[in-house]
Design a protein around this ligand. Sequence first.
Ligand code: NAG
Length: 167
Amino acid sequence: MKVHSRRFLVPLFLLPCFAIVSCWNVDGVVKGTITLPCTYQVTDPSVVNIFWRSEKGNILLDIKSGREDLTNQHMKYKGRVSSFPDNYKTGNFSILLKDVSQEDAGTYVCQILPQDRRTTVSLTVSDNPELVSQVVPPSDGAASRSCLHVFILSSLNLLLLYVCQIN
Ligand SMILES: *[C@@H]1O[C@H](CO)[C@@H](O)[C@H](O)[C@H]1NC(C)=O
């Protein structure tokens, strides 16, 4: 009985994680162009700010009050990043990264404020053009393995919040 009720509790408890964090795996090819996905339904794109960052904290793109802001963009990304302003109103804040190199492999975060919604994108880069650029949804078993740490971290985070609140 105890085991059963525990099993039931865990998924319920983890549900809010997905409202805060989502994670994607993207495969790119050297010299190719890839889309880094980030979507969030907003009623008015001019009241949100979007911050695209690399895992080192370098700025790829900011979207402030519905406009691209390139002021503090890292030189590594100069002329290589664009977004889809016509799609902001549908909550699509995805970006395109051009001229991909092996150095671009890694994790990117799209943070949306004030909602503090984060999308993590894990990019792998291949020399082999036969592994065509594609976006793999997080539900796709083996391919989403690199999203697992995001899931674990967000669960831990939530657990900590919970522990702090009851103490
Ligand atoms: C966002 O817009 C781009 C450009 O039109 C498109 O390629 C991409 O599929 C869109 N993403 C979603 C989730 O609709």
